[in-house]
Design a protein around this ligand. Structure first.
Ligand code: PLP
Length: 379
């Protein structure tokens, strides 16, 4: 596009640093001629619910028709599940679509959007993509610093993104913390609360977000079928928020943003409590396995309430992740998310976690110490 057309693209879009998805398994197979394990995108290692697979198969036969763009049955089921009217629920092509849609609905160039530095990059991209000014507030103890964010609010602030739990740190703030925060935020500001990993959190002080929406807060809560429900590849998420806001968002969302197959699978997954239970249990065991294993290697692990763990190494981790890739393990170096000395590893099956821990021990004990330390000195 390096011609005159490029000049049409506003500077604020040209300056955006692109999102870096985890390396697809197929890419590693192509390049390294091996079948790797992927612990890079916080997916459900158990796969989708068998009932979701069956429902998706059935729905495939109707794929000559456009889907129900309003996702009526899925929204009805979610409404019953969350005890909230269906008009308070909006379907998304993954919850990430709704991150973008929220910014496009409320921000104009010159407004300000606020989020944390060291959080999910799609918040920054959404704010910048509409020409709004981005304010990034440093984390405190690897967690959203709600107090500092509240202090940053100015008359130009229109939108605040919060991730609870946060990606990539795996940390959370409590329901009481959120209450105190919202009490300080003017009502004309939209707070988007991304709860993609909520199903893994076992802390009883976690969230009362849906009560807040029911109580009329200016809050848009985002949930997804990509994590505990194991449907990341089908792209379904949803937002729960004020009906009048969702009505405006609906005007500019693509009319068929969730496919019929995805809606059918999500509906079936929602009903498969057993698969959710197994997934949460397996994650609990996997987190413990990884936390212990990383601790044994003497690494600084950030305690996680999610299905991934951030680990600090004290030196730049790109080369380390390359070495792990050669061993058939895909994990993410976290420089692009603000943690150049860390990797984030997703919880896999017990065998996958084991393979990762062995590969890491191997890499660290062989040439690694020397090589990575040298890298640190050069930095
Ligand atoms: C903070 C956060 N929000 C949302 C998502 C999920 O996105 P989606 O529902 O579009 O798959 C992720 C997935 O990685 C995430 O880390």
């Amino acid at each position: 596009m390096k011609n005159r057309i490029h000049g049409l693209v506003p500077g604020y879009i040209r300056e955006i640093v692109p999102y870096r998805p985890g390396k697809p398994i197929e890419e590693v197979e192509r390049e390294l001629h091996m079948h790797p394990i992927k612990l890079a995108s916080n997916e459900n290692p158990l796969g989708p619910s068998p009932r979701a697979i069956e429902a998706a198969h059935k729905a495939l036969a109707g794929s000559n028709r456009y889907p129900d763009g309003s996702a009526f049955y899925l929204r009805e089921a979610l409404a019953a599940r969350h005890k909230i009217p269906a008009e308070n629920i909006i379907p998304g092509n993954g919850s990430t679509e709704l991150i973008d849609l929220a910014a496009r609905t409320v921000l104009v160039p010159g407004d300000t959007g606020v989020t944390a530095q060291g959080s999910f990059p799609l918040y920054y991209i959404a704010i910048r993509s509409v020409g709004a000014h981005l304010v990034e507030v440093p984390l405190r103890d690897y967690t959203f610093d709600l107090d500092a964010i509240a202090r940053c609010v100015t008359p130009d602030t229109k939108l605040i993104y919060l991730a609870n739990p946060n990606n990539p740190t795996g940390t959370m703030f409590t329901a009481d913390d959120l209450d105190s925060f919202l009490a300080r935020i003017p009502e004309h500001i939209l707070v988007v609360l991304d709860e993609a990993y909520c199903d893994y959190v076992e802390d009883r002080n976690y969230s009362r977000s849906l009560d807040l929406v029911r109580g009329g807060e200016s809050l848009l809560v985002l949930r997804t079928f990509s994590k505990v429900y194991g449907l990341a590849g089908l792209r379904v998420g949803y937002g729960i928020g004020p009906a009048d806001l969702l009505a405006e968002m609906n005007k500019i969302r693509m009319p068929f943003n969730t496919s019929g197959v995805a809606q059918a699978a999500a509906l079936a997954a929602l009903d498969d409590a057993e698969h959710v239970r197994l997934s949460v249990e397996s994650n609990r065991a996997g987190l413990a396995q990884l936390q212990t294993g990383l601790g044994v290697l003497g690494l600084h692990v950030i305690p996680s309430v999610t299905n991934f763990i951030l680990t600090e190494f004290g030196y730049h981790t790109e080369p380390l992740c390359q070495e792990l890739l050669q061993c058939g393990v895909i994990v993410r170096p976290m420089g692009w998310m603000g943690f150049p000395n860390a990797i984030r590893v997703s919880v896999g099956t017990s065998a996958e976690n084991d393979k990762f821990l062995h590969a890491l021990a191997d890499v660290l004990s062989k040439s690694a110490a020397h090589k990575f330390e040298t890298h640190k000195e050069r930095k």
